[in-house]
Write a protein that binds this ligand. Structure first.
Ligand SMILES: CC(C)(COP(=O)(O)OP(=O)(O)OC[C@H]1O[C@@H](n2cnc3c(N)ncnc32)[C@H](O)[C@@H]1OP(=O)(O)O)[C@@H](O)C(=O)NCCC(=O)NCCS
Length: 179
């Protein structure tokens, strides 16, 4: 079965949505979220398996479960996970788009289309920030294209643009205990 037909079958969330830490073997929600993040513009999107095999996306999930990898997922009362957010540490030699330093994890997020505009994304990030603080992490980074509406969500949570290149902003959040 093509992966995107799985995604299409995911409906709107049923019942209460809870945010939970994802175990390292729970890769499917993470893959779905990464796909949504990478192809947020919609349009003619590639098959998920092909898309996530590309080196610039593989870097976010290959060998998931290594030290420093943390993901949270939004689950409805049927157990469907409709969105996920994560962070991962990278090195100067091997990193994603939002790399700042090897001690600042890079954040990613994706919520399934039918789940959006219900506060799920904001809750996922708030939970992720709690996880980061609990680990003693003081800063998080991410990359977002300037015309992605997600930028407003990040700003409202305290992320600040540090650099701009090719229409994308790198943003950093100082985890000062307030958000
Ligand atoms: C960005 C994303 C995760 C937000 O998830 P969500 O569950 O819709 O977010 P929320 O319902 O918590 O909304 C949070 C805020 O985001 C903003 N926002 C997010 N997406 C928006 C959109 N498409 N249009 C307008 N505002 C949007 C709103 O300002 C909202 O503010 P509010 O809480 O004051 O209403 C989701 O739209 C998504 O998965 N997009 C595709 C993947 C993507 O772009 N990932 C980020 C790559 S950098």
């Amino acid at each position: 079965m093509l992966y995107d037909s799985n995604v299409a079958q995911i409906g709107a969330p049923s019942g209460t949505v809870t945010i939970q830490r994802l175990r390292s073997e729970q890769m499917e929600p993470l893959r779905d979220a990464l796909y949504e993040a990478a192809f947020w513009r919609g349009g003619d999107r590639p098959v998920v398996a092909d898309a996530l095999a590309r080196p610039h996306l593989r870097v976010y999930i290959d060998g998931w479960g290594r030290p420093g990898d943390v993901a949270v997922g939004a689950r409805d009362s049927f157990g469907v996970v409709g969105g996920a957010a994560w962070f991962r540490l990278f090195t100067a030699a091997d990193h994603g788009y939002g790399f700042v330093r090897d001690d600042i994890p890079e954040v990613g997020i994706g919520v399934q289309p039918e789940w959006r505009h219900r506060g799920v994304g904001r809750s996922l990030l708030s939970s992720l920030h709690l996880e980061a603080r609990a680990l003693g992490i003081t800063q998080l980074s991410l990359s977002v294209e300037r015309d992605n509406p997600a930028l407003r969500l990040y700003e409202s949570l305290g992320y600040v643009s540090t650099t701009d290149a090719g229409g994308a902003a790198t943003m950093v959040l100082e985890l000062d205990g307030r958000r």
